[in-house]
Design a binder for this molecule. Structure first.
Ligand SMILES: [Zn+2]
Length: 325
């Protein structure tokens, strides 16, 4: 069963009934009007559970608005049915619209955040449509079906959302997904940070996007960070993790330059292990431990170094070789 936690008198967090890494929290803002931040999937929590919770809180079963932090399946696919059940308006970043369209096509894995990683790590998968369909099938079986829906309000950086007791500033924070937003409540000093950290940062965007997203957040005057998964975090502590990410990213870049200087031109594959050996300790969960040594991540750093004009790449005998410029 999903569990409801009271954070303040107007703010409740509903944790998912299944695994907290694969299913997201739904946040309830209870005022004269009721708002949800993130919608979960159709199965978890789904309209029936939400109705029960509103009943237990003694409020009317009407949800004015649902704000989506990003277009990952565990955060947004439940929105359409909730909208139908509670006559709500759906808010999300304008880029979320594209993800909704993509994902409603069964053949498209849309916002499956590991697809690019899988493709780059195991190139054979890209050539085999069957594997893609199979993953899509399993994915939809576990998260429930999905139908396209329209956004009632398309958000962008700097927008304000006034909801009575809560008034949010929209901060566009691409990294974990191209359409990620954070919602900052300056009076209550709460930041709804979606999946910024520590999950899979910059998996769908460049490292520089993720870096500038972090920089938008670290100086905020906040007390609590409400993540998309798990427990709320004390902002002072959470901020340290953001800073650590910035440090890790710089160390990784310096290490790449050092390897190229000492060992000469080489492929991303050859570099991957030594680059991430002692950094990125913050990626603690199993999947990130696997992923941090992957060539997928190092390619992102190489791309940035190349853009900065510090290294160059050349295709030699079908292999992409990187060297100092
Ligand atoms: Zn996510």
């Amino acid at each position: 069963m999903p569990k409801l936690y009271k954070i303040t008198k107007n703010l409740f967090i509903l944790t998912p009934s299944s695994n907290i890494y694969s299913s997201a929290n739904v946040n309830f803002l209870i005022d004269k009007k009721i708002t949800l931040i993130d919608a979960g999937t159709n199965n978890d929590p789904g309209p029936r559970n939400i109705k029960k919770i509103l009943h237990s809180l003694g409020v009317s079963p009407r949800i004015e608005s649902i704000i989506i932090t990003h277009s990952h399946v565990d955060h947004f696919t439940g929105a359409k049915n909730l909208k139908k059940a509670f006559n709500s308006q759906i808010f999300a970043h304008y880029l979320t619209e594209k993800a909704i369209k993509q994902y409603s096509d069964f053949r498209n894995l849309g916002s499956f955040e590991y697809w690019e990683f899988i493709e780059k790590t195991f190139p054979i998968v890209r050539k085999t449509h069957f594997i893609k369909y199979l993953i899509s099938f399993i994915y939809r079986r576990s998260f429930g079906n999905f139908e396209e829906f329209q956004l009632d309000r398309k958000l962008k950086e700097g927008d304000r959302i006034n909801l009575g007791e809560f008034s949010f500033e929209v901060i566009f924070t691409p990294g974990h997904s191209p359409d990620s937003i954070c919602l900052y409540e300056p009076n209550k000093k709460i930041l709804f940070s979606g999946d910024m950290v520590p999950y899979t940062p910059y998996i769908h965007t460049s490292i520089s996007d993720f870096r500038s997203s972090i920089k938008k957040l670290i100086n905020l005057d906040a007390k609590l960070a409400i993540r998309g998964h798990g427990r709320p975090q004390i902002w002072q502590e959470e901020k340290k993790k953001y800073r650590q990410f910035l440090k890790d990213m710089d160390i990784a870049k310096r290490r790449i330059l050092k390897i190229l200087k000492l060992k000469g031109p080489q492929t991303a594959h050859k570099m991957a292990n030594s680059v991430f050996q002692r950094t990125h300790l913050i990626h603690k969960t199993i999947y990130t431990n696997l992923m941090r040594v992957s060539v997928f991540w190092i390619l992102k750093y190489l791309e940035e170094l190349e853009l900065e004009g510090k290294i160059k790449s050349q295709l030699i005998k079908n292999k992409l070789i990187f060297s100092l410029k």
